[in-house]
Design a binder for this molecule. Structure first.
Ligand code: SAH
Ligand code: F3S
Length: 452
């Protein structure tokens, strides 16, 4: 069986969030462990997997277009297996197989362990092939023993939790990824040690509400402290925390552990209490502001980012203005901004029809919000020009002779340098800003002694 599989080449194309990128690496790891070869483009593949996102309608439409395009490859290679995995596969299930009859497999995020079996089943007799849907939830699936196939380099994503126990009324995630499941802390720390041996020094812990993590009596602050203390780990980040689980203990660990970066992504969603209540976010604006104050008191230099949704059904113009006010009050370093997108099956779809905000109005709110958040970002970044920061170089810049990296506070910096610098830490002075990113220059001196 292994021999048959070893001839097969697999191409995985991923859309969506970091969790999905990490799942893409997991699928590659599972298949590589069974002798499959991972290839970098679909033309070379016997199996093409499109790993999808369902968070907004726009994301799904893009994927449907791409899947039809990939179907063109079946003309050259009629035995090609096309699989759709991830959240959209879970959400649409059999519907997707009907809409796209050339898709051979749909598989949800809880079933990747059985990916090799599913593909083998489809491959055995291509002429008699039937479409296959693998959509069961496995609440006991903790991904134990499965290894991601990571790209080389100093940074790694590490899922510590899957699924979500919240029911934010706009969000599809709990329905496609099931309830919260946490990995065992020993497995996680063991994996971190292994990653260090492979050259990883920057780690991002992943979970839908990553800071609600709890397993075997270890909660998120405990785990964060342990991971931050693994020898060789220089930077730890985590995403996304839920505001209600930002506790004094968490903040204490963040402030005390040198490896934990001075950066926090804290999804606010709205700056209005009635909207937050109708979104079922479980905090008020006042509570959110208190949490932010607690974080800033302990870590004054922290960079904050957020997610905001505009035009949630029923959001009035005044309520939207409250969101703008929140932006002015907090002054986030960065904001990911979205128009509400209706997701079938979520509670918000049951709101009265007249509550749904016309697209042009939603667009106008989004543009106002983007404008405010960009202006604030540019002001903050302008004030930071002149600082000397430790930058981990990630890749080549857009222009030849330049490289791009991130500071501990997750700010992007571009500077003159050659590709041999990728993976290294350097001391960079921020010389200019475009608003969102910095242009810097290397300064001599030890990266261990980075200061302002
Ligand atoms: N807790 C998750 C949230 C995932 S969704 C995490 O780890 O980040 C990421 C962001 O997408 C959310 O914070 C929210 O701002 C946005 N989002 C989710 N559902 C949406 C919808 N139906 N319409 C518009 N934006 C949405
Ligand atoms: Fe979605 Fe809310 Fe969970 S945004 S992922 S339901 S915390």
């Amino acid at each position: 069986m292994l021999q048959n599989a070893s001839a097969k080449r697999v191409y995985v194309e991923t859309y969506g969030c970091q969790m999905n990128v990490s799942d893409g690496e997991l699928m590659e790891g599972i298949l590589a462990a069974r002798g499959y070869t991972i290839v970098e483009n679909p033309e070379e593949a016997d199996v093409v997997l499109v790993n999808t996102c369902a968070i907004r309608e726009h994301a799904e439409r893009r994927v449907l277009g791409r899947v039809s395009q990939l179907n063109g490859l079946k003309r050259e290679n009629p035995d090609l297996v096309i699989g759709v995995t991830g959240c959209m596969a879970q959400r649409m299930g059999d519907d997707l197989l009907e809409k796209a009859p050339f898709v051979d497999l749909v598989m949800g995020p809880d079933s990747y362990r059985s990916l090799p079996q599913a593909i083998r089943g489809l491959d055995d007799k291509p002429q008699e092939r039937k479409q296959l849907a693998v959509l069961a939830f496995h609440s006991e699936e903790n991904y134990k023993g499965l290894e991601q196939r990571r790209s080389e380099g100093p940074s790694a994503w590490l899922p510590i939790q899957r699924g979500c126990n919240h029911r934010c009324t706009f969000c599809i995630v709990p329905y496609v990824r099931g309830p919260e499941k946490n990995r065992g802390p020993r497995d996680i720390v063991e994996e971190v040690r292994g990653l260090v041996k492979d050259g990883v020094s920057e780690l991002t812990l992943l979970g839908q509400t990553v800071n609600s993590y709890s397993s075997e009596g270890i909660d998120f602050p405990d785990l964060l402290r342990e991971v931050a203390r693994v020898h060789g780990i220089r930077r730890v980040r985590f995403t996304s925390p839920h505001p209600i689980d930002v506790t004094p203990r968490l903040v204490e660990v963040m402030a005390a552990e040198d490896a934990v970066c001075e950066q926090l992504h804290l999804p606010a969603q709205s700056g209005n209490n009635r909207t937050l209540r109708r979104m079922l976010r479980r905090y008020t604006v006042e509570q959110l502001l208190e949490k932010i104050e607690m974080v800033r008191d302990a870590i004054p230099d922290i960079a904050l980012s957020t997610d905001i949704i505009v035009a949630f059904p029923g959001e009035t113009e005044d309520e939207f203005q409250d969101t703008l006010e929140l932006m002015h009050t907090v002054r986030f370093d960065d904001a990911f901004t979205y128009k509400y997108s209706l997701r079938e099956g979520t509670p918000a779809t049951r709101l009265p029809e007249e509550d749904f905000i016309p697209p042009d109005e939603a667009q106008a709110r989004l543009e106002q919000l983007i404008d405010v958040s960009r202006r604030i970002q540019a002001e903050i970044n302008q004030d930071e020009v002149g600082r000397i920061e430790e930058v981990l170089i990630e890749k080549c810049g857009r222009h030849k002779g330049q490289v791009l990296g991130r500071t501990r506070r997750n700010k992007v910096v571009v500077f003159d340098g050659d590709p041999t610098l990728i993976g290294e830490y350097r001391r960079i002075q921020l010389e200019r800003t475009t608003g969102a990113t910095f242009i810097g220059a290397e300064r001599l001196g030890s990266v261990g002694a980075v200061g302002v």
